[in-house]
Write a protein that binds this ligand. Sequence first.
Ligand code: ADP
Length: 447
Amino acid sequence: MFKKILVANRGEIAVRIIRACRELGIKSVAVYSEADKEALHTQLADESICIGASASSDSYLNMERILSATIAVKADAIHPGFGFLSENAKFVEMCEKCNIKFIGPSSSIIHKMGNKAEARKTMMKASIPVVPGTKEPVVTAEEGKKLADKIGYPVIIKASLGGGGKGMRIVEREEEFTSQFETAQMESIGSFGDNTMYIEKYIVNPRHIEFQILADQYGNVVHLGERDCSIQRRHQKLIEESPSVAMDENLRKKMGDMAILAAKTVGYENAGTIEFLLDKDKNFYFMEMNTRIQVEHPITEFVTGIDLVKTQIEIAEGKELPFTQNDITITGHAIECRINAEDPACHFMPCPGTIESLHIPGGNGVRVDTAVYQNYKIPPFYDSMLLKVVVHDKDRISAIQKMISVLGEVIIGGTKTNLNFQYEIFNHEKFKKGDINTHFIQDYFEQ
Ligand code: ADP
């Protein structure tokens, strides 16, 4: 059993993890940057340690400082949350060497799945359908073009170490390939320090469907159903829901079995997500695996009743999963919507500022995960997400009605947000009908 966990993150996810620790009777330690001295996670944890200056590279990404802090406070484990060091194999290896339990999979698994080109290869070997595309990483535009010509346009060029939509380019026509490849590669070198790329067939108007996995160290693996994350802006998720209207029992079983096979193939441990694209003919393709807790995990918690963060901690403590696949049922419908401090009138540019007034709604089946409070100064250094508004109701249309009602109550004064933009999406007839795909925002909101 862990006595003390260090939370190597900030914002709402750090708060979420601190709460899980408290519920389990485990002491929590927050790390914070100079900009986060007054942050909620800093105040809520049992202990707090400043780990450096405001820039992430000096604090939340500073592996040595975080490890030193962990050793200094004698914590048994580190929960990385998402982003920052959560999928950094080198950091996990350092934890392993220091005998500190990293709450997540081993460094070798993170290494294997973190390189998306390699992950594709591993999945292909296990006969898991992947998006048609290259088998080996590509480093020159010339070889890339030959392969793209074979795959057939449109194609999508991606960075092997990519994430957050960076290093990704869609190519409609052969003539555009070389310049797009070079731009994507430059972005990959700049963001990930790596020049290896891979190319996939660009699937037209797919849905983004991902499966939540839980795996213990004894080889037990279950899935907790799917999340439909098709509502995206520039490949970034905005709204997520579970279950997906595109799913029936048969398809859920097929995709769920593939997700479990993907996890078993790499000997996965802890919580993870297998992302697929689902085309109009209900063909599905493995896209990537995320080896951490996801932003959108609360919708799965709502429909399954399983606390994912607590389960992550218990798995890391060496406990066996307390349920089997047959025990897991999906009840009702849950939706999450991300409210960000950004200006919709100005290309959704992040808008740091002070929260001058704030009203966070509640109610039956309503959950708001946040780390902001009245008079909170949003630092300009980090992610712009302010609130995750999550609702749960008996069916999709009731959940949408609930979300519309809840969003109508939210007050955030002092900074621009995407609240009205989200409100419009939930009121859109096509959205209400469930007629959505990854191009929804582009098709209806960006003409
Ligand atoms: P990242 O890890 O950078 O977020 P992903 O590989 O998860 O990148 O892709 C993000 C989004 O980009 C997907 O949810 C989907 O909307 C779009 N996308 C990625 N690959 C394809 C593809 N082959 N065809 C169509 N859309 C794609």
